[in-house]
Ligand binder design. Structure first.
Ligand code: AMP
Ligand code: ZN
Length: 108
């Protein structure tokens, strides 16, 4: 298995996990571009938004609800933050396991 995020899910490589449940895991980005930079991913491997199926609708909602919960925990909800999904190489996606970036502070 070559997917780096699947390795993080299986604890094959370390990550600073900030939230985890049966469907979703969230961890600090290894190369943060903002003071708050969390990556939120489904535990099921889906490469990209391009590969989403109708039945993935609820799972994608869970990613956003996880971002909201983490933002509340970090007390950045009032100040505001950015949620970002890159899609494909042209969209800047480098890791082919769908993920939501939670960014706040700095120039994010
Ligand atoms: P993207 O360009 O949207 O595919 O974002 C991939 C993100 O994953 C980048 O911000 C990377 O810094 C981050 N990343 C890659 N490998 C790791 C890792 N081992 N632990 C945490 N974040 C990672
Ligand atoms: Zn994966």
């Amino acid at each position: 298995m070559s997917c780096i995020f699947c390795k993080i899910i299986k604890k094959g490589i370390p990550a600073e996990v900030v939230f985890e449940n049966e469907d979703v895991i969230a961890f600090k980005d290894i190369k943060p571009i903002a003071p708050v930079h969390i990556v939120i991913i489904p535990k099921r491997h889906i490469a990209s938004v391009v590969n989403l199926k109708e039945e993935d609708e609820i799972l994608m909602g869970k990613l956003i609800m996880t971002a909201k919960k983490i933002a509340d925990d970090l007390k950045i909800s009032e100040k505001g933050y950015k949620l970002l999904i890159r899609v494909g190489r042209g969209g800047g996606q480098e890791v082919d396991h769908i993920h939501l970036h939670l960014l706040s502070g700095g120039n994010a």
